[in-house]
Design a protein. Sequence first.
Length: 57
Amino acid sequence: MSSQLSPDDQKRVDQYLSAPQHQVARQPFKVWRLLLIVLVSVIGLGILSRLLSRLVL
C-alpha cells in the first residue's frame, strides 16, 4: 500500500514513530492466557447469575 503523504510529511511521521517513547518493548501475545481469562470470566458470571436467581426465586 503506497503512502498518500508527501515525502516531507512521511519523513516527519517516520521521525515521530522512531522516537524512544514510541519504541515500547512488548511481550508476545499469549492466546491461551486470553482464552483462559475469558473462560473463567464466563463461568464465574454464569455461577453468579445462578446464585442470584436462587436468591430471587
